[in-house]
Structure formats: C-alpha cells, structure tokens
Design a protein around this ligand. Sequence first.
Ligand SMILES: [Zn+2]
Length: 113
Amino acid sequence: MKKICKSCGAANQGVARYCYGCSASLNNSLPKNENTEYKLSPSGNNVYVVDDTVSLGMWMLIIILNGIPILNIFVMIYLAVFSENENLKNYGKAGSILIGIALAFAIMLKACS
Ligand SMILES: [Zn+2]
C-alpha cells in the first residue's frame, strides 16, 4: 500500500503521516493520476492509497516459472529490473542475489576439485 501526496505526487509508504518529498500532511492525500488504481484506506479517514497487492494469478505464474531450471534465473532478473511492483522487484532482487551466491559456490567447488 502506498499513499500518494496531493501536493507533489510522491508515493509514500502506507504508514507515513507526512510526505517524504514535501513534508505535507498525508491525512487528506488525493490521487494525482486518475488512471492508477486507488482505494480508500481501511481506517477510512479520507486517505487514498495505491493497492499494490500482487494478484493470485501472478503468484501462480511466478511459482510455475521458478520450477523451470535456467528460465527461473531470467525470471528473477526480469522481476528485479523491470517489475513496477516494489514487492515483486524486491523478490526478484533477493532471488537474483541468492542464485548469484549459489553459482559462486558451485564455481568455487568445481575449481577446488
Ligand atoms: Zn509531497
């Protein structure tokens, strides 16, 4: 969830009370871009947030692709670089780093044997 600042349009963390971009109060933040999906916060105090939840179908696709050797490396890198969703981007970064460590270990073991 992200709060969009009414004054400068910056995307703030859902828990933020003041904008990191311009310090404006986020208690009455309204969406700047009407094409983006917004919904009222669960607390209902007139704060608008972006719903950045990853859909069930998207998770299923990612899990299936991750089951395919070699292709999963490209899926992780793709998510880390191109995903617009912050959660998927971090997931891709974490996966890419772990694959990198695993590859480094494999190469070291190969070199030592
Ligand atoms: Zn702002």
